[in-house]
Design a protein around this ligand. Structure first.
Ligand SMILES: [Zn+2]
Length: 416
């Protein structure tokens, strides 16, 4: 047919955000004179989910029985590249002679999902556009795919005239929410703890077996993150760990020695399709230390709250992961899991304590800090406030904001 389309000056590896428009040049080459109605450019986004369950009742003529699937059109924006805005479109099109034509373009992502506009018949959550994403539940049969594409179409007049189109994948990540929407805790940090419980403490150190699981806490492990607990990929994990010996028969548990420390970032994905939903968690180890001999609390009566040597945590970084997000049918949230093994007194038996800290992962992408300081500090200069990015729905519930505020009344001093 002799119509060739190409894209130049376009970065297919770039991570686009609402403040980073997609730019490039569309090249149209015609090897003979051709009638063209118009050339359009569009960006489209979709969130597709499916849930599959094994079972003879659901077999649909294949080995993969399908339970449900759902698709949300997150975005569809179009721009006409030809004819140009000041030239009227003609029903019969325009004849372009043989040659090469270049159409520079710029098209931006909106802040919010537009699926409620495209599919009013479905249930939606009004929220920001989610990031490009793909996840499969291992063995569970859940799939979620969030995709954005850039598409160029050449239309020719007449019902039977074939057009030409090309499309490219776009990588997208939403801008971070406005930090001032996050409540700060009064203590300046976000703390969570786990405890070691016992029923009996041995009078004789030989009777170590009497350290049985029970209801009396003797040792607390406390994890602290800056408040609010937002982590950023490729940055050092700002975690501090403290050990608190409770006064119950302390003479039998000192010294407390840290023997092992495992820190993992867990990602929980919840996928909805139709009336079905499923969740699964995958874990990524950030630190795995065994054979430690780190005495963390040794002198009776003087060290009630001891910080675990922070150099152990210095090289722990957050991996490059998709930020926390919630959209109509997919949610991804994170927690930090600390598993520490201690030995008490002169015994060598390992006593495990687990601390789970729910966190948000953000991406450090615009709107820029100056904008937010302008909004919170000087309302007169907040002309960009239409860019205010809201928090992820259910974000505060995930972080347990109410519970944290209650805990913050406790005595532990903030770390410096
Ligand atoms: Zn939707």
């Amino acid at each position: 047919m002799g119509i060739y389309l190409d894209l130049r000056e376009f970065d297919s590896e770039k991570m686009y955000t609402p403040s980073e428009p997609v730019r490039g040049l569309v090249l149209l080459r015609l090897d003979r004179s051709t009638v063209i109605s118009y050339v359009t450019l569009s960006i489209e986004g979709s969130a597709r989910t499916s849930l599959v369950k094994k079972g003879p009742a659901f077999i649909l003529g294949s080995d993969t029985p399908m339970v449900a699937d759902e698709s949300h059109q997150l975005l569809k924006l179009s721009k006409t590249l030809f004819p140009r805005a000041n030239i009227p479109g003609l029903p019969g099109g325009y004849t372009l002679s043989e040659g090469e034509y270049a159409f520079p373009f710029e098209i931006g992502f909106p802040l919010q999902s537009q699926c409620s506009k495209h599919q009013p018949e479905l249930r939606h959550i009004l929220t920001v556009l989610p990031p490009s994403f793909e996840a499969h539940a291992a063995g569970e049969g859940g799939v979620a795919r969030i995709e954005y594409i850039l598409r160029i179409d050449v239309k020719r007049p007449g019902r039977f005239k074939e057009g030409t189109s090309i499309q490219r994948k776009l990588l997208f990540t939403p801008s971070d929410p406005a930090p001032h929407l996050m409540p700060l805790s009064g203590s300046g940090y976000y703390g969570r703890h786990g405890a070691l419980y016992i029923n009996n403490l041995a009078k004789s150190l030989k009777a170590a077996a009497l350290y049985t699981p029970g209801t009396v806490p003797i040792l607390l492990l406390e994890g602290r993150l800056p408040s609010p607990p937002i982590l950023y990929p490729d940055e050092t994990l700002p975690l501090h760990l403290f050990v608190r010996c409770l006064p119950t028969q302390m003479e039998y548990i000192l010294p407390v020695t840290l023997r092992s420390l495992v820190i993992a970032l867990d990602s929980t994905i919840t996928v909805t399709a139709g009336t079905c939903h499923t969740s699964w968690t995958s874990s990524r180890k950030l630190l795995n230390l065994k054979g430690l001999k780190e005495v963390v609390s040794g002198v009776q009566g003087t060290e009630i709250l001891s910080e675990i040597n922070n150099s152990i945590l210095q090289n722990v970084t957050i991996p490059m992961v998709t930020p926390s997000f919630t959209t109509c049918t997919v949610e991804q949230k994170y927690s930090l899991n600390v598993d520490a093994g201690f030995s008490l007194g002169v015994t060598t038996k390992l006593r495990p304590i687990k601390v789970v800290m729910n966190v948000e992962i953000w991406s450090r992408t615009g709107p820029r800090k100056e904008l937010y300081s302008a909004i919170s500090g000087d309302l007169g200069r907040s002309e960009g406030s239409n860019l205010l990015v809201p928090l992820r729905p259910r974000c505060l519930a995930h972080l347990g904001a109410v519970e944290a505020a209650a805990e913050d009344r406790g005595p532990p001093p903030p770390y410096s």
